[in-house]
Write a protein of this length. Structure first.
Length: 719
């Protein structure tokens, strides 16, 4: 798990195990799926969301949806699987839902998913922060197209929603499939792929805080060749934010090219992305030493930008060796370079505020490779989909920090740091994983069983301390998952599963070599997907324990005795009942407590206390209704509400954060219903947090406010 620390009054993101990259052989593509012998359990025909006349999803990507409802996904098994057979809870956000809600960030995308707390640290245009079942997955749980997003403490890759065809969230320990990570799960974003039908779109947006944005999306066959498909998606935005010292500017372009053989037994999809972004080095308000938020905003507009440039390039290759055997290789290289400037608050005494300009440079690059081989075969009455694989990942990052001259009032001249010489650290980390998984179908039963062994090496170099600050650490761990589902004729599919996870640790000890933290989950669930109805309801009971966490036993020593447990219940319903009405509703109950010996020093967290900032209940509901006939034909209305219950403001459980209900809304109009010659032209107005509720959430000594009201108007033309 990652943590949040303070550097001269500024939040510093610290990464404990960004295990990362590179792979080699074996594994299995996801296009070959075994067909159950029982006709009643065959998957109904799947309609990909969109077509050439609408927002095309394209081929691949591991998510097939109809409206809001997911039919197949690969996030849980690394191969396309009927979602009814997956013995683990999954949240999906389809392209249609992203458009209906006019999602502008990954945090916004995840807000209506059961078990997920998105944006716990308030509005922050610099980073996307997501908790799953109470665990922060931001540092180790972000994936793009099934490969880990690599980065450093501040060089965090951004994900532009307009370039995505969907988002999948796998809940619970997932190391048996993906390697090291938090026990909460993973968030996988899916890049837009080329479409077989021509698709063209251009969109202009204006909104709150002088927002101006242009989007474009072009796709289809190249020169009428059905075996060569392209897609080019781009975003250009300039915007201020609710913070005086933070912008939200972005330029992003994402090309994609698919090449395939005439028999489609061989396919190569090349995926690229380049993004240049500017936000703010400081975003938020100063919190007093007692943990009370003030109206004193961090930062200074004269020295404020957090600039970043990132690019990712890779491919997905798939080749069918025989009717029963498929080989697949996914590869991505990525690089990010960030430069953060801000004016931090060092001291507040009454009306006296001492500030200092500070600067952080963080650069990261890495590679991820995942090779898979998938065999589909029968042994008597048992149908197998056996996957073997090996993946490799590597990341190398360096971050530096420096401080300039102190400022004794707001009007004092800014003296930037002349050198980044207060902190200079370089880290590289590599992970190799061997895994095997078998999906076995017998009659209406579906058993998923798999295991994985990982080798992880991490080395750190303190470039200011010479060799005395250098460390090397090697970890290895076996993790796995077993789950069983049963598919009834009436659409019910109960399941039960057990899964494990691990994450490397860092800490201070003169005598101990800390082993990785361990996570385990027991989950039972029930899905309801009735035949002939585009409805999906899923409910789950889960019990997660993370053990071997570090606790302080002195000012210089730590022990590995901490433990936290998260148990709860979640239910989510999604439906696109007709072309007119789509709904998604989610409820979460979470009971999360410190369980082990976490009282290492006086004032540390007592056993039985609740972690700060984690609400025990959340409820959300979003509905979209499109008028299909009558005088209002072409009108679309969307309305949503997000309820967050109270939470503790500190780990000692002495203070509370208040509950809140945040309302979102949207309205659109298809001008083609008014006049045929205006076909393809659509206007939309969307509002987030309509009533501008900026309630405060405190997490120990840091406090944050919810994102205030924002309104965006757009005009879109598809042709």
């Amino acid at each position: 798990m990652g943590s949040i620390e303070m550097v001269s009054g500024k939040t510093r993101r610290t990464r404990f195990g960004a295990c990362i990259v590179v792979s080699s052989l074996v594994g299995a593509a996801g296009s070959s799926t075994s067909v159950n012998a029982q006709e009643s359990t065959e998957l109904a025909p799947i309609v990909l969301e969109g077509s050439g006349a609408s927002q095309g999803d394209g081929q691949g990507g591991g998510l097939k949806t109809k409206g809001y409802v997911a039919k197949e996904t690969s996030v849980a098994t690394k191969s396309d699987t009927d979602i009814r057979k997956v013995p683990q809870s999954i949240g999906t956000i389809s392209r249609k839902e992203l458009e209906d809600r006019n999602v502008q960030s990954l945090v916004e995308a995840a807000r209506y998913t059961a078990g997920v707390r998105a944006g716990q640290f308030g509005f922050d245009p610099r980073f996307d922060t997501i908790f799953i079942r109470g665990f922060n997955v931001t540092d180790t749980g972000f994936y793009r197209d099934g490969l880990r997003s690599l980065g450093g403490p501040f060089s965090v890759f951004r994900h532009e929603p307009y370039t995505l065809q969907g988002v999948t969230i796998l809940k619970g320990p997932s190391s048996g499939v993906y390697g090291s990570g938090a026990p909460g799960g993973i968030v996988n974003v899916i890049s837009k792929r080329p479409t077989e039908e021509p698709f063209r779109e251009i969109e202009g947006q204006i909104g709150s805080y002088d927002r101006a944005q242009v989007n474009f999306d072009l796709s289809g066959p190249v020169a009428d060749n059905d075996n060569v498909l392209y897609r080019l998606t781009g975003v250009k935005r300039a915007a201020d934010t609710q913070f005086m010292a933070a912008r939200d500017d972005r330029f992003s372009i994402a090309p994609a090219l698919t090449l395939r053989s005439d028999d489609q037994d061989t396919q190569l999809t090349i995926l690229g992305e380049y993004t240049d972004f500017t936000s703010g080095g400081a975003a938020g308000w100063f919190t007093s030493p007692s943990g009370t938020i003030t109206d004193l905003e961090q930062g200074d507009p004269r020295y404020r930008d957090y600039d970043g440039r990132q690019y990712r390039f890779g491919y997905e290759f798939e080749h069918r060796l025989t009717d029963e055997v498929v080989f697949k290789q996914n590869v991505r290289y990525q690089n990010i370079d960030t430069d953060m400037k801000y004016v931090g608050i060092a001291l507040v005494l009454g009306d006296f505020v001492l500030r200092a300009p500070e600067r952080l440079r963080d650069e990261a690059s890495g590679i991820a490779v995942d090779n898979q081989l998938l065999w589909s075969f029968d042994t008597g009455p048992l149908e197998h989909k056996l996957m073997t694989g090996v993946d490799y990942s590597y990341v190398d990052y360096r971050w530096r920090y420096g401080r300039g001259g102190f400022m004794f009032n707001d009007q004092a001249p800014i003296i930037p740091p002349t050198a980044l010489d207060l902190f200079d650290e370089r880290t590289n980390q590599q992970q190799v994983g061997l895994y095997i998984q078998d999906q076995i179908d017998y009659d209406r039963w579906s058993l998923t069983v798999g295991g994985r062994f990982d080798w992880l090496e991490t080395s750190k170099s303190d470039l200011l301390e010479n060799s005395s600050g250098n460390t090397e650490k090697r970890d290895h761990k076996f993790t796995g998952r077993i789950g069983l589902a049963y598919l009834f004729d009436n659409g019910l599919s109960p399941y039960a599963s057990y899964s494990t996870s691990f994450a490397p640790t860092t800490g201070a000890s003169r005598t101990a070599h800390f082993k990785p933290t361990e996570g385990e989950q027991m989950e039972v669930g029930l899905r309801y997907t009735p035949e002939g109805s585009n409805l999906s309801i899923s409910a789950a009971l889960f019990d997660i324990t993370q053990s071997s966490m570090l606790v302080n036993v002195s000012s210089t020593e730590q022990a590995q005795t901490g433990e936290v447990g998260s148990r709860g219940f979640e239910i989510q319903a999604t439906s696109s009942i007709t072309d007119a009405l789509s709904l998604t509703a989610a409820y979460t109950y979470l009971d999360m407590k410190y369980q082990g010996d976490s009282e290492g020093t006086t004032g540390a967290t007592p056993k039985g206390n609740f972690p700060a900032g984690i609400p025990d209940q959340m409820f959300s509901l979003w509905g979209q209704y499109n008028v299909l006939s009558g005088p209002l034909e072409g009108l679309g209305v969307g309305l949503g509400a997000r309820f967050l219950d109270t939470s503790y403001a500190d780990d000692k459980n002495t203070r509370n954060n208040p509950s809140r209900t945040l309302v979102d809304a949207s309205m659109s109009y298809d001008f083609g219903k008014l006049r045929p010659n205006l076909g393809g032209l659509t206007a939309q107005v969307s509002a987030k947090n309509v009533f501008d509720d900026r309630e405060v959430t405190c997490v120990n000594l840091n406090c944050y406010r919810e994102q205030g009201r924002s309104v965006i108007g757009s005009l879109k033309f598809r042709f």
